[in-house]
Unconditional design. Structure first.
Length: 306
């Protein structure tokens, strides 16, 4: 690894770790080390880190809550930023909420309920961050983030802060323009409607109970692995292919929900990727349907021993 110790001189208030295992932060409990792992607490600190990376000509990777993410066992070169310390949530008088990128989406739904604001109940159990939810246009139970987002503040690769309106975000199924523009989501604004707190809470509780009854929340996982193929459901295809319980190393197709892959025994990211590849190959062979991954897969392949 290159000597990046000078990054510590940017701001003594930024927590910076070197060669840090990302398995400590991902929901799968897998992933190799980050050369540099930084936890900015503000836009200014994020800009300073990006400026450093640009000057050093090193790659930048941004992670939120790492709930729908697989980091390969070779880890991530360059600078990795985890934004979960940027987590301020502000409720405004005009039925809008502005939340920092690192805020938990679940916390946004709780803030909405506490202020009798409705429209975002569908996200009550989504374990991602606001930034990740924008990046992926996260959704559940008939709702998607683009139903409630009006705009987002982003940091572009040239270190410029821009405000993107709804149209500029160009949302699609598990898609947002920040993906191809390599922008960092800094915050987002949600527009909601006035509601009744008790009814909002009842809906959130119902959806969370439904999630708990159908999904393997008791085991480490990366959430829903595959996008919904047109005209099909990924979980049903995997189930019908007889793949529930299929296991490589410590990674297993969940017995509770075939659309999830769970860590049952000290799995590695390579175990996860091998299970994904086998599921894709088997489902295509049986049904002629290619399952496209929804989970974000990043990082380097592990160095193979001779």
């Amino acid at each position: 690894m290159n000597d990046y110790k000078s990054i510590a001189n940017i701001d003594p208030n930024i927590e910076i770790l070197f060669n840090e295992p990302l398995s400590k932060y991902t929901h799968t409990l897998t992933g190799g080390p980050a050369d540099i792992l930084a936890f900015p607490q503000s836009v200014k600190q994020t800009q300073a880190l990006l400026d450093y990376a640009n000057q050093q000509e090193i790659p930048v990777t941004v992670i939120g809550n790492a709930s729908n993410l697989i980091v390969r066992d070779g880890g991530i070169h360059g600078l990795t930023m985890i934004l979960t310390k940027m987590n301020k949530i502000t409720v405004h008088d005009n039925h809008t909420i502005t939340a920092d990128a690192g805020a938990a989406l679940i916390d946004v739904t709780k803030a909405a309920q506490a202020h009798s604001l409705t429209g975002i109940e569908f996200a009550a159990g989504i374990p991602g961050s606001v930034g990740g939810a924008i990046f992926m246009n996260a959704g559940a139970y008939g709702g998607d983030i683009d139903d409630v987002v009006t705009g987002a503040e982003v940091l572009s690769p040239n270190d410029q802060v821009d405000h993107l309106n709804f149209k500029q975000l160009d949302f699609g199924y598990r898609h947002c323009s920040v993906q191809e523009n390599h922008q960092i989501v800094l915050s987002a604004t949600f527009s909601l409607n006035s509601g009744i707190a008790e009814k909002i809470q009842k809906r959130m509780t119902h959806l969370n109970n439904l999630r708990a009854s159908k999904q393997p929340l008791e085991l480490p996982s990366c959430g829903s692995v595959f996008k919904r193929p047109k005209g099909h459901f990924a979980g049903k295809l995997i189930h019908d292919a007889g793949l529930q319980g299929f296991q490589i190393g410590g990674a297993q197709v969940s017995l509770k929900h075939a659309g999830f892959i769970v860590n049952v025994d000290h799995a590695t990211a390579t175990d996860y990727l091998n299970v994904i590849a086998h599921v894709q190959k088997t489902v295509f062979a049986k049904f002629g349907v290619h399952l496209e991954t929804e989970v974000r897969i990043i990082g380097e392949e592990p160095v193979k021993s001779l």
